[in-house]
Design a binder for this molecule. Sequence first.
Ligand code: SAH
Ligand code: SF4
Length: 360
Amino acid sequence: MAQEVITSLLLDELTAHFVGYGQPAYRGKQVADWLYKKRVGSYEEMTDLPQVLREQLAAEFTFPQAEVVRVLGSKDTTQKFLFRLRDGNLIEAVLIPASPALYGERSDRRTICVSSQVGCAYGCKFCASGLDGWTRNLDAGEIVQQLMAVEHASGEKIDNVVFMGMGEPLANLKNLKRALTIINAPWGLGIGARHITVSTSGLAPQIRELADDPTQFRLALSLHGATDEVRSQIMPVNRKYPLKVLLEACDYYVAKKRRIMFEYILIAGINDTDEQAHALARIAQRLSAKINLIPYNTVEGLNWSRPSRARQERFHSILRQHGVVSTLRREKGHDIAAACGQLRLQTKRAETEASALPRV
Ligand code: SAH
Ligand code: SF4
């Protein structure tokens, strides 16, 4: 069995390990500091840890590594990082520079969009991540590692985390919760729960489960259709959890916790009609939810496109007429969803083509 990566462990587990070696409990915190505060690159650099303990750790846990194989974009625009995992799989994370409108945060914040799975099983018709199906879940360490590697490679401190990269986070709930704890904990990366947003395509049972969890992370729901007819056409998950079931889970979440935010991609001729805007406004009112309208990003090989600027504005204005709080993203470079599997797809295709070449 492959070794577990050490950044998958919670502090009390690290501590328990050292106690198991007959060591004092403070060793756990010492190692967490080396990993998350001092950000060392190997066990060897943990200089106040006796050599024999470093060796014991190395024998039990792999040191986190995620090889950055490509970076696209520049410092003042969205930067995409493509990682190769230890089993060769590719995932991506995106660093989004300060943007005033993004999720209503202050303008000096840098956001990272991370992946939660290799591929995605949910097969939304418009999405690049689902095109090749699902390969596997990321473990907690691989999720956490995306933040650490991007901070290392970019020299930037990350303030916000959104789970809007590849994969459906709520289909990997166990590892997601573990990663959220490490990202949030003072002994870990120390990012406030209100600066962490989990996005889901609408897994109703897991939304209920999150509602019962005491932590205050933010939840974004990818709605993309305001009636079953439209939503089922583009999101197969809607057949499993139709709007009635999904919205009841959302009612439960809102009653138990705080707010849900909606993501709504605008796709020309599919979900951008006046009727959808009115229906969407009613759903938002029911849940007191804000809406992020996102003009669709074209995906190579898929036939969808974004509506005209006028249509986007019209849709937005209908929401406003209903008194619903909504934003319409304008800057292309700030489009988080551009993350969704597209870079990985290009690299995978290039590699497949390269490996299909005759050997000389
Ligand atoms: N699986 C989760 C999180 C990852 S997708 C979810 O679906 O919510 C993150 C967001 O990007 C989702 O709202 C998704 O619908 C959106 N998205 C996917 N492909 C897109 C595209 N080509 N253009 C714009 N948004 C896209
Ligand atoms: Fe998966 Fe989300 Fe893409 Fe749908 S939109 S295929 S759930 S990553």
